[in-house]
Design a protein around this ligand. Sequence first.
Ligand code: KG4
Ligand code: ZN
Length: 333
Amino acid sequence: MIILGIESSCDETAAAVVVDGKKILSNLIYSQIEVHCKYGGVVPELASRRHVESIIPVIQESLHAASMTLDEIEGIAVTQGPGLVGSLLVGLSVAKSLAYVKDIPIIGVRHLEGHIAAIFLEEDNLRFPFVSLVVSGGHTSLYLVHGMDNYRLLGQTRDDAAGEAFDKVAKLLNLGYPGGTVIDRLAKEGNNEAIHFPRALITRNSLDFSFSGIKTAVLNYVKARPPELISAQLNDIAASFQEAVVDVLVIKTLEAALRNNVDKVVLAGGVACNTRLRTRLVRMAEDKGLQVFIPSPILCTDNAAMIAVVGDYYLTRGVRSSLELNAVSRWPQ
Ligand code: KG4
Ligand code: ZN
């Protein structure tokens, strides 16, 4: 099927055309970073307003880049949630209007399923089951995935998401928003053993995460020292903080795979762009005989191609949403 994917759950307005859940004809992402960076985080009302302005141009451009017209689109997949309601409603309203006017089947997609499914755009040989670590600004969750619509939550964060921790630490270091990429870059020139930040493993048995403690530890470290010293130590702080987060993510993910007797691990979500996380997970998984699959960075952060993959799966099986489809801000696990 030729699917138009639409994603507007946070601060990216995205549209993509994907054929048979495999072949990307176009994948456009309009980022609102310059709107939100001066506030150190996403301002929901500004995000909705920017989505309203950009969604039609992004869809038009996406169709153009795919050399398609709306008449050739066979299905519409749109993010239904979770996310910022005002942002989600923009994508949903446009998707529903197009579906109604052109009589195209539509499906509302769970954002998290999109992140996990992104890997199928690049990997032909990946078979279920696998363990997936979804790490983004809103999620830090481990799933045992038996199929596209068949997955079980194994563990999740009890407080901040890993991406949120990166963003908050970047903010307290005055590094701007979003923080993940800046910390990743600074850490490359730093010593990751310079400062010991705590690794919250909760209990050995649990596959849950907690990142609020490390954020507070960085805050306390910064507050206790003069600003000139902190400026001089930025690389070491970034590297040491990142190492502590990556340590916990890698340990729990490998543990989840071993405990469930699966030999494949899929990394997903915006934090999966992190270079240290990618290399450490691959290296440590190899030692344990596990195979690791990670999408290209452009498919890890929010995009509409991943939403189209999930949409294709459901629509080809005859599952579709009604035109009463509404946004879901929090999706039960
Ligand atoms: O998946 P995503 O684009 O949006 C959500 O669904 O949340 O993830 C965004 C998150 C942000 O918190 C951002 O700081 C983080 O992913 N991120 C990174 C990196 N690139 C993006 N975190 C660490 N290292 C990176 N290279
Ligand atoms: Zn996301």
